[in-house]
Design a protein around this ligand. Sequence first.
Ligand code: R5P
Length: 294
Amino acid sequence: MIIVPGPASRELGHEIAKQLQAKTVDTFMKRFPDGEYYIRFETEDFQGQDIIIVQTTAPPQHESLIQLFLMADTAADFGAKSITAVVPYFAYARQDKRFLIGEAFSVKTMVKLLESCGISQIITVNSHNPKVLETFNVPVKDLSAIPLLAEYFKKEGLVENAISLSLGKKALAIASEADSILKGGFDYVPTQRNKVTGKVTLEERKLKVENHDVVIFDDIISSGGTMAKAVKMVKEQGAKKVYAACVHPLLVGNAEERILANGAEAIVGTDCVPSKISVVSVAPIIVEALKERE
Ligand code: R5P
């Protein structure tokens, strides 16, 4: 097995290789004056090898996607036996169906493109809708980083008997997963997504959070609007310490400030998306998934 730490996930890729004691092949990358990418592997010795490309596709997602297409197709040209793409944050996953007539089914298009570049397996982490990913030709394994996030709160002693909340009833499994570690009980804040704008709004709901520590879990924090409103609601209902936790801290614009300004103690994220709050590494779960496939 050869690990290729892609430009968007170099640190995570090297950490995975270290834990697996696997060989790595680095990429040299540059941009042409018109913005196009040039990618070169430091070897072309991929003949008969299982190649694992680690490349997240967080913003700037189009750059990361193009780099991933170039790396995969080149590895295929050089005789890779199989190509697995470890894509911790899978771009376009939120457009997981045609909500309105005439819309692109974007996540399907992304998987088709990856397949056409020779990728035979995809590993993602808390992808927005893992069920829909199972319907495509390329097998997709979706891992959960929620236990790692919950363990972090426990290990660092940040909360006591904290209530785990999910954003949306559909995501209640996330809160339940976290509660298996934090053990303070779990619940959800009801959400609704506008089909035209994609904007998520919260519905007021009385929660049993008074005088309790709370951790609000979400798969993604993008603009931070949803999380900021949830933090505010929970604080107004008398919660003690409130933390925001997410797998994919996209943190677009002033997301971090918005959430903190509404009363969160801190935001904790994973290195699925490298950022200054990505303190939890998903390397252990990816290593396990890669070991299982051997
Ligand atoms: C929604 O479907 C996701 O789980 C997140 O709640 C959403 O993407 C967060 O978006 P924002 O941070 O822009 O409110």
